[in-house]
Structure formats: structure tokens, C-alpha cells
Ligand binder design. Structure first.
Ligand SMILES: Cc1ncc(COP(=O)(O)O)c(C=O)c1O
Length: 200
């Protein structure tokens, strides 16, 4: 992404999500899917685990497997509103956990995490500093029934140095064919993802 577009995205995060990122904390790619792929490519070692709360976007486990990682699927039942709970998260974390994927609002269930839900997950994550958090927020504007969207970054600012906020224009602006996705996160990860992107 050019400096100008990354500045504009930093403005979007400030305006819509209450997040403070500089243009250098942002990377742009050909869709959120490529953003996620690049993040995994930059970080996953063979056998690393990625926790995927189910039901999930179908591409998540395939990307993890393609890069030698192990998807750890956590079934989130209707009784929890198809959301990951702190107890389910705690049970799924192992010393090999590299990523926790969160998707709010979620595809395909439509589950939306409240600020309290996210903070409760953040409390568990505080005990496991090796876990990176990928918060896929691409459906942030697709909300019904008075639901409110809160970014994981806003709910858990204490985890900013290991959180990747993923977003894009495919859903909010029905611009799927434009292939524009972006992310904000810790500088070393963003730098590695930018390098991968520029070589792709
Ligand atoms: C949860 C989720 N994340 C990411 C994507 C990928 O979006 P993009 O078109 O930006 O690659 C999708 C597309 O279906 C999705 O459902």
C-alpha cells in the first residue's frame, strides 16, 4: 500500500474503531484472505497450532495447513451464541499455540462478541503471552438487531503488541472484486508481511 492509502486506513481505525495506529503499522494486500495468508506465512513454524473457534470461515484451516501448521478447532455451541468462551479458550491453549483466530461479526454464524466477551478472552490471553491474536473484523458494518461492534483492539489494548486487526473492503463496501484487504499490528509482523506482499 502507498503511504497515502495507509494514512487513510490509519484514519479509518481512529475514526471508526478508536484505535491508534500509524501508517507504518499498516499493510495492504489483495484481499483480507491474502493478509491472513501473509500473517501465517510470516509466523508459522511446522507444528505450530492455530485455535479456530467453530463455525469458522472455511479458508482458515486450509491456510494454516498449507503453511505446515495445525488447526485446533474449538466447537462453539449454540448455547454460547456460537462464541468462544474463556473456559473453551483456556482448554485449547497449549505451549504450541501460535495464533488465536477471532472473527466478529462471525462468518457463518453471525455471532458478535461484546466488549465484555472480548475482555474476558483477553484475561485468559494475559496468562499466555506467546499467543498472537488475529482479529478478523471484516464484517464490522454488517450488523442487525441493534448489535454493536467492538474491535478486539479497543477491548484489549494491553495486547496491542501481539494483535493483528484484519479488515478489508469486500463486505462493508461490496467491493469484493477490487481485492483490497488490510491489517494493523505490531511493527515487526507488519514489516514481515509487507516483505512477503512485495515479493508476491
Ligand atoms: C471472515 C472472512 N474473512 C476474510 C474474508 C476474505 O475477504 P477478502 O475478499 O478481503 O479476501 C472473508 C470472505 O468471505 C470472510 O468471510
Amino acid at each position: 500500500g502507498t503511504g497515502e492509502v495507509r494514512e487513510a486506513i490509519a484514519g479509518k481505525f481512529r475514526r471508526e474503531n478508536g484505535l491508534n495506529y500509524m501508517a507504518d503499522d499498516i499493510v495492504v494486500a489483495n484481499g483480507a484472505k491474502q493478509i491472513i495468508f501473509n500473517a501465517l506465512m510470516a509466523t508459522l513454524e511446522s507444528g505450530d497450532e492455530a485455535i479456530l473457534p467453530a463455525p469458522y470461515f472455511v479458508s482458515y484451516p486450509e491456510m494454516v495447513k498449507l503453511l505446515g501448521g495445525t488447526p485446533v478447532v474449538v466447537e462453539c455451541p449454540e448455547t454460547t451464541g456460537f462464541r468462544l468462551t474463556p473456559a473453551l479458550l483456556e482448554k485449547a491453549i497449549t505451549p504450541r499455540t501460535k495464533w488465536l483466530f477471532l472473527n466478529t461479526p462471525g462468518n457463518p454464524s453471525g455471532a458478535v462478541y461484546s466488549e465484555a466477551d472480548l475482555k474476558a478472552l483477553g484475561t485468559v490471553l494475559a496468562k499466555h503471552p506467546q499467543v498472537l491474536i488475529l482479529s478478523d473484523e471484516i464484517y464490522e458494518h454488517i450488523l442487525f438487531d441493534g448489535r454493536e461492534f467492538v474491535s478486539f483492539g479497543k477491548a484489549c489494548p494491553g495486547h496491542k503488541d501481539r494483535t493483528l486487526i484484519v479488515n478489508g473492503v469486500s463486505k462493508s463496501y461490496a467491493m469484493t472484486g477490487w481485492r483490497v484487504g488490510y491489517a494493523a499490528g505490531p511493527a515487526p509482523l507488519i514489516k514481515a508481511m509487507s516483505t512477503i506482499q512485495s515479493q508476491s
